[in-house]
Design a protein around this ligand. Structure first.
Ligand code: AQP
Length: 344
């Protein structure tokens, strides 16, 4: 058996991923591929928790898969798959619903934020963290690398795992740890540095930098980034200076340099204009090879289908056995279930 720690992480196909998704999540996934046993999932079932246009969702799901590979996810090193291709995810969600107190879900801040923006709140939106818990627990993931915004959901997954173990069989589930990136855990909107950069705000011009944006568009978004009147290029925790802090944080996350080296790179800048152009040029240079590789992949649908089938088969081999064992513990008759009972 592999000694490597198991990692699970997911991303929603709700639009082209942006610099926040890339620096807060995907870049870390890519960098840990050789040292961990990774499951990376395009979580299309999660996307359904708010209304979607069916053809567009299908298209975005394929595009996101291609984009993840273009970013450096290697399907021969990591298991890359679409959530709805592995039926165990929906099944695990139902089973875990039946051990999760409703009050735990009402406390989730992302639910409260998203629900406040919906005219009619779907049950799935409230249940989103339970589906996510199933995603993680099915693979006995030790680590869940996510941006800061998902921390509360992983903590809930831990609580549900412990509750299930206490009710049925300890230690049936591995209790997962959240892994937050040391930098870029929360990339903020360029137009409003008080708000997290988000796919659902991408329609606001200048808010997000999508990974497939044209260089001209990227430069324009950075040039328009909201800053302040202090005219000092330095990291700061002052909310008034969040815009400059965000620009420096993006630069730091890409270069991997410490704070003083980042500030030194801008020591001769004539003002925020130079800072904005400097960060934009670095982002453009970083995204150019990703965009080129993406164009090749998306032009070859048969190869994408092959990769997706391979990922689904690998994920299914793990998840189907785990969900059968869950069913058995909870008192369900698993078809041909002697193998589950005899594995005890
Ligand atoms: N602004 C961000 N900074 C750092 N990390 C971020 N992530 C998202 N936004 C930022 C991380 O990206 C991963 C995938 O996120 P997701 O697509 O599954 O869902 P999300 O967190 O809801 O991302 P968005 O862009 O805000 O999407 P919408 O608008 O559709 O809800 C996660 O690890 C997340 O933490």
């Amino acid at each position: 058996m592999s000694e490597k720690k198991v990692v699970f992480s997911g991303i929603q196909p709700t639009g082209t991923i942006h610099l926040g998704n890339y620096l807060g999540a995907v870049q870390g996934w890519v960098n840990r591929q050789d040292t961990k046993d990774n499951f990376f999932c395009v979580v299309d079932l999660h996307a359904l928790t708010v209304p979607q246009e069916p053809d567009l969702l299908r298209q975005q799901t394929r595009e996101l898969t291609a984009l993840l590979i273009a970013c450096g996810i290697d399907p021969d090193k990591s298991t890359l798959f679409i959530q709805s291709h592995v039926a165990a995810h929906a099944e695990a969600c139902w089973l875990l619903n039946c051990v999760t107190p409703l009050g735990w879900l009402h406390r989730m801040t992302q639910y409260k934020d998203k629900a406040a923006k919906q005219e009619s709140i779907l049950t799935g939106l409230l249940d989103y963290p339970v589906l996510m818990t199933g995603d993680i627990l099915l693979y006995d993931a030790h680590e869940v690398p996510v941006g800061d915004d998902q921390k509360q959901h992983v903590e809930l997954a831990r609580d549900i795992a412990i509750r299930f173990n206490n009710l049925y069989d300890s230690p049936f589930f591995v209790v997962p740890e959240v892994v937050i990136p040391p930098v870029a855990a929360r990339v903020m909107g360029l137009n409003d540095p008080a708000v997290k950069m988000s796919k659902s705000h991408s329609h606001i011009r200048g808010h997000a930098v999508a990974l497939l944006d044209e260089p001209k568009e990227i430069l324009r978004s950075f040039k328009k980034a909201v800053t302040d009147n202090h005219n000092e290029i330095a990291f700061s925790a002052d909310p008034e200076r969040a815009g400059v802090n965000n620009l420096l944080g993006i630069y730091k996350a890409i270069t991997g340099k410490p704070n003083d080296a980042v500030e030194a790179d801008f020591a001769n800048a004539r003002g925020y204009g130079d800072l904005k152009v400097g960060v934009a040029e670095l982002v453009i240079k970083t995204l150019a090879p990703i965009k080129a590789r993406y164009e090749q992949l998306i032009a070859d649908p048969a190869e994408l289908d092959r990769i997706l089938a391979q990922g689904a088969a690998q994920a299914n081999a793990v998840a189907a056995a785990k969900v059968d064992a869950m069913k058995h513990l909870m008192g369900l008759v698993v078809p041909g279930g002697a193998h589950v009972a005899s594995a005890e």
